[in-house]
Design a protein around this ligand. Structure first.
Ligand code: AP5
Ligand code: ZN
Length: 214
């Protein structure tokens, strides 16, 4: 199964990705997590990406396509993968198609902007795994600690309100056109496309996403 999860910043892609990767036994490929790993390692690419990410912009298509090309060639991707946060531009979607990747499903999680701003202020993350929590809506078992490792949770540098608003603007301009792009692809008999409403409990959204994938 090759799946794309589309959706704005904070729409719940990472949260839902965990359920999908367990159910279908496919790896989650989050370009955001890959970039944050490069930032932590302090590679030249990571340092350059950090500036762009902290400003709420998009890292260049060339860099992102290079990361994806390398990642999907790995052994664990043979039976499929879940793309989270990629593609984000038409050029990235075209680049993916040019790699010969045939998609099975594209699912958009739709959440309105004001709900997203509320969610991001309460988000806490475990950086090493990418697991996300919310202080009210999706709290960890022990306050401030990751459920699986007990390691501390932190706020992401790009979760300040001004940066979130900029990320939303970039999403509407550059990424939202992919909804039409994949709806058209679906009309031509390529990957099935569905939009699921992303407001409700984490489990409700999970069931909607599973129904869209099923
Ligand atoms: P990335 O890491 O991809 O960030 P994003 O797309 O902005 O999405 P988020 O990770 O912020 O949100 P999410 O949808 O995963 O939501 P989550 O599940 O955490 O990218 C970061 C940056 O990297 C970009 O801005 C860009 O600079 C760069 N980048 C990455 N990929 C790129 C690419 N392909 N091209 C160019 N640049 C790229 O949930 C959010 C919060 O809501 C959490 O607190 C969660 O607990 C809570 N929550 C989840 N579900 C619910 C629910 N149902 N109800 C209430 N709260 C909920
Ligand atoms: Zn995410």
């Amino acid at each position: 199964m090759r799946v794309i999860l589309l959706g704005g910043p904070g729409s719940g892609k990472g949260t839902q990705a965990k359920f999908i990767t367990e159910k279908y036994a496919i790896p989650q490929i989050s370009t955001g997590d890959m970039l944050r790993a490069a930032v932590r390692e302090g590679t030249p690419m990571g340092l350059a990406a950090k500036k762009v990410m902290d400003a709420g912009g998009l890292v260049s298509d060339d860099i992102i396509l290079g990361l994806i090309r390398e990642r999907i060639a790995q052994d664990d991707c043979r039976n499929g993968f879940l793309l989270d946060g990629f593609p984000r531009t038409i050029a990235q979607a075209d680049g993916l198609a040019a790699m010969g990747v045939e998609l099975d499903r594209v699912v958009e999680i739709a959440v309105d902007d004001e709900e997203i701003v509320k969610r991001m202020s309460g988000r806490r993350v475990h950086l090493a795994s990418g697991r996300s929590y919310h202080v009210l809506y999706n709290p960890p078992k022990v306050e401030g600690k990751d459920d699986a490792t007990g390691e501390p949770l932190v706020q992401r540098d790009d979760d300040q309100e001004a940066t979130v608003r900029k990320r939303l603007e970039v999403y509407h301009e550059q990424t939202k056109p992919l909804v039409d792009y994949y709806a058209q692809a679906a009309a031509q008999g390529r990957a099935r496309f569905a939009t699921v409403p992303g407001v409700g409990s984490v489990e409700e959204i999970r069931d909607r996403v599973f129904a869209a994938l099923g």
